[in-house]
Design a binder for this molecule. Structure first.
Ligand code: ATP
Length: 233
């Protein structure tokens, strides 16, 4: 069975996330996509974000009726410590835990948008992570195959002369390198971001086009993102 892990802050989950996961599921015959909100996203430790529980609830609401899409608690706060000793949620740890649970016939992918992938070299144990499973990189406007190649950690990066050849190439793949296999997902034309949603709420804008309806209702009912500039934890 093909399974993809889709990690993120999901503050909040939006239609772009769901559409990209649907496109990946079709293209790579994914039977399941696990949406994994991070308790403490390592790259957003200084940014105020909503509590894990609000973000997880919105993920669960957005996925109702989406066949094979699973809201995951893999990066939830540790109940054993009552959330008092919180550590950043590293993808390498999550991927290793999942691989230990899977069977021999399962194939694991890691789904990621190009805007996040461009920082992959800075991730905790980036080289090891890229070697643990295949990646599906979702194109975002303005990125080429050269951007994918040059975002890799130095040891995995193809030679500069090769990357140069990719400069004019659209994000189409796969890119099979020693130590990393990267599949490309073409642009899904869904240019929404969580930042856009938080700003829309602050300005009193409509959310229905940006997030699934139950998520819009939850944001409204819980009065979330009313003052996105203030601490939200
Ligand atoms: P923010 O605007 O707060 O940075 P975001 O919309 O990028 O948030 P995240 O939760 O940070 O949402 O993203 C989780 C994953 O989803 C990342 O890999 C990101 O690249 C990807 N992603 C987010 N929005 C889209 C989109 N519209 N199309 C494709 N991938 C996306």
């Amino acid at each position: 069975m093909n399974i993809a892990l889709f990690g993120g802050t999901f503050d909040p989950i939006h239609r772009g996330h769901v559409i990209v996961a649907r496109a990946a599921a079709v293209k790579f015959q994914l039977k399941q996509v696990w949406f994994i909100p991070a308790d403490i996203p390592p790259h957003k430790q200084k940014t105020p974000i909503l509590s894990f529980y609000h973000r997880y609830t919105m993920v669960a609401l957005a996925l109702v009726g989406e066949k094979g899409f699973v809201p995951s608690l893999l990066e939830a706060p540790d109940p054993a410590t009552g959330g008092s000793q919180r550590k950043p949620s590293y993808s390498i740890d999550t991927v290793r835990r999942v691989k230990a649970m899977l069977g021999k016939s399962d194939h694991l992918y890691f789904l990621i948008g190009m805007d996040a992938f461009k920082d992959i070299a800075k991730w905790h144990e980036a080289e090891a992570l890229l070697g643990e499973c295949d990646f599906i990189v979702a194109a975002r406007p303005g990125y080429s195959l050269a951007d994918v190649a040059s975002s890799l950690p130095p040891k995995l990066r193809p030679a500069a002369a090769v990357t140069k050849l990719f400069r004019k190439q659209k994000m189409e793949g796969p890119l099979v390198l020693p130590g990393a296999t990267l599949h490309m997902l073409p642009k899904t034309h869904e240019n929404v971001s969580a930042t856009q949603i938080r700003t829309a709420v602050e300005r009193g804008g409509a959310l229905r086009r940006l997030v699934p309806d139950p998520v819009a209702e939850y944001i409204h009912k819980e009065q979330l993102y009313r003052n996105a500039a203030s601490a939200r934890r």
